[in-house]
Write a new protein. Structure first.
Length: 195
C-alpha cells in the first residue's frame, strides 16, 4: 500500500536536503524517482532544487494548472521504467486539488509520494497545500530545527529588505528579497506582537 507522506517544518530546517538525500537513496539502488517543485519558487532557477548545504537536483516545475496525477501517470508509463517514488518540494504551494491528485497517485498507481513543505506562513497561518496535506496525508513527519533559545522552532518571521519585521502582506512575496528567520512560538509571539 503506497502512502502519501507530508514532512513539514518551518524555514531553514533542511527539508530540501532530506528530500534530495531520500531520492538519492532510491537512485543509488537503481530505482527511478521523480522530483517536482512549485515553479514560482525561483531560488534555484526554474525546475531545480538546491539545499543550503550544497546538494542540487533537476526537478519538474509545476504550477496550479498542472494535473499532477496525469503527469505522474505519464512518467510511469513512458517506457523508461516505473517510478519508484515521487518527491514534491515546496508542497505548501500545492492547491487542494493537487494534493488529492497526489493522494490518488499513491492509491491508484501505487507509488509512494513524499511531500516536503512549510506548515505555516509568517503570520502563523496554514498554507493551502499544507492544510490539505495535514488533512489527508497518510503519515505526517515533523522536520525539526531550533530557535536561538534552544526550543523547537515552529514559526517564521519575515524580514523586509529594510530589515524590519513584516506583520502584514501577501503570503508569498514573489521576487522579493525578504529574509526568513525561524523561532519558537513564544519568541515569534514576542516579535510579532511587540509594540
Ligand atoms: Zn525561542
Amino acid at each position: 500500500m503506497a502512502k502519501l507522506y507530508f514532512s513539514y517544518a518551518t524555514m531553514n530546517a533542511g527539508k530540501s536536503t532530506l528530500l534530495l538525500q531520500a531520492s538519492y537513496n532510491y537512485r543509488e539502488r537503481g530505482m527511478r524517482t521523480a522530483i517536482f517543485i512549485a515553479s514560482f519558487d525561483d531560488r534555484a532557477g526554474q525546475g531545480r532544487i538546491s539545499s543550503r548545504i550544497g546538494l542540487t537536483s533537476d526537478a519538474i516545475a509545476f504550477d496550479h494548472t498542472d494535473d499532477l496525477y496525469r503527469h505522474i501517470e505519464q512518467l510511469n508509463g513512458d517506457g523508461d521504467g516505473e517510478v519508484a517514488c515521487v518527491f514534491v518540494d515546496e508542497a505548501q504551494f500545492l492547491s487542494e486539488e493537487q494534493v488529492w491528485q497526489l493522494a490518488r497517485a499513491a492509491d491508484r498507481l501505487h507509488i509512494p509520494i513524499m511531500a516536503y513543505g512549510l506548515r505555516t506562513d509568517f503570520q502563523g497561518k496554514l498554507f493551502p497545500g499544507s492544510q490539505a496535506l495535514l488533512a489527508i496525508a497518510d503519515e505526517l513527519r515533523e522536520v525539526r530545527t531550533i530557535c536561538h533559545c534552544g526550543r523547537k522552532a515552529t514559526m517564521v518571521v519575515r524580514l523586509g529588505a529594510d530589515g524590519k519585521v513584516a506583520r502584514e502582506g501577501a503570503q508569498v512575496e514573489i521576487g522579493g528579497n525578504d529574509k526568513y528567520v525561524s523561532y519558537c512560538r513564544r519568541h515569534w509571539d514576542d516579535i510579532m506582537n511587540a509594540d
